[in-house]
Design a protein around this ligand. Structure first.
Ligand SMILES: NC(=O)c1ccc[n+]([C@@H]2O[C@H](COP(=O)([O-])OP(=O)(O)OC[C@H]3O[C@@H](n4cnc5c(N)ncnc54)[C@H](OP(=O)(O)O)[C@@H]3O)[C@@H](O)[C@H]2O)c1
Length: 298
């Protein structure tokens, strides 16, 4: 049996949907019944409950599991959550752990400088030392993060980001889900690290142009200071540590300036990379503010 954790989150739910589309049974871990809403009724999906930080809650979720896709949120508890989960999975006899990690597309990015990228490095080292077969997925920024800009796009026709002319190479979560599916269902991925970006390094002016074309309304990129954007994030309800961590991350991206596209994993798995234009067209209703992003049926 294959288990996916973080199954109600963005990459987790996309991977569960990929299993459902392919007709392959899968077990989906969420923290409680209220988190299972978007997963109910998906064919072949067995929703189970448990908390990755509390091994005693994971016994039935991990029973009979051979392979796991390990995902949890990027917050301050990620290191403890995933190291605790690795121990629980190995004790339960799981034979292959696929860690959902991350890798910034900007050239020269130092993972040790930021808590979440540093935590991914620490978890990877913990996993590599644990002695159980592993694979690591390292996607760049998700295209889905641009949904967080919808209130400004709808309200003022602006994509407000503190990035100057920096390019980013965001990747579609559905492309990552296809890779995760292949890694979990075919042999030959043990000890491999799979980095992924999207197919273009885009300035934010180009990203705004794609959104504008998809929704049929003008959207301009406004280059704001990281202090201004931090205020936007606080007003939008981000907890202060998250707003401040994002501001630092964006300052670093702005300073480094240029992203490199890496399609080696798309090619390895024969996946056509989704362009930002295709992504914005697919989700034009969300970028127009007509629909909220949520888990969609197969
Ligand atoms: N955002 C990006 O652009 C990006 C790019 C590359 C990689 N990543 C990585 O992708 C991963 C997922 O990030 P995301 O922003 O997409 O998060 P997300 O959508 O919030 O997904 C995180 C999931 O983990 C679950 N979770 C967290 N703690 C848990 C626990 N103790 N027990 C059980 N489930 C738990 C959450 O469940 P609840 O709903 O119950 O909290 C949620 O389903 C992170 O490791 C992040 O670093 C993100």
């Amino acid at each position: 049996m294959i288990l996916i954790t973080g199954a109600n989150g963005r990459p987790g739910s996309a991977t569960v949907r990929e299993f459902a589309r392919q007709g392959t049974p899968v077990r989906a871990l969420v923290r409680g019944p209220e988190k299972a809403e978007g997963l109910r009724g998906l064919p072949g999906v067995d929703v189970v409950y448990g908390d990755m930080l509390w091994p005693e809650t994971l016994k039935s979720a991990l029973a009979g599991v051979d392979r796991v896709l390990m995902i949890s949120g990027a917050g301050p508890l990620m290191l403890e959550t995933q190291c605790t989960f690795i121990d629980a999975a190995i004790s339960a006899g799981v034979g292959h752990i696929v860690k959902f990690s991350g890798k910034d597309s900007v050239d020269g990015f130092d993972n040790e400088k930021f808590r979440s990228s540093r935590s991914h490095e620490q978890i990877q080292r913990y996993l590599f030392a644990a002695g159980t077969p592993w694979t690591v997925l390292q996607p760049s920024q998700f295209m889905h993060v641009y949904f967080e800009e919808v209130p400004d796009i709808v309200g003022s026709g602006e994509l407000r980001l503190p990035l100057g002319d920096t390019t980013l190479a965001p990747v579609d979560i559905d492309d990552i889900a296809k890779v995760a599916y292949a890694v979990l269902t075919t042999p030959g991925h043990e000890g491999k690290i799979y980095p992924m970006t999207g197919p273009e390094a885009l300035t934010m002016a180009e990203a705004a142009q794609h959104i504008s074309e998809a929704i049929g309304k003008p959207v301009r990129y406004r280059d704001v200071s990281s202090e201004e954007k931090q205020q936007d994030w606080l007003k939008a309800g981000y907890p202060p540590p998250r707003a401040s961590a994002f501001a630092q991350l964006f300052e670093e991206r702005r300073k480094l300036g240029h992203s490199t596209v890496d399609l080696s994993t798309h090619r390895r798995f024969d996946i056509e990379p989704t362009t930002f234009a295709q992504f914005t067209r697919r989700y034009a209703d969300i970028f127009r503010g007509d629909t909220q992003y949520g888990v969609t049926p197969v």
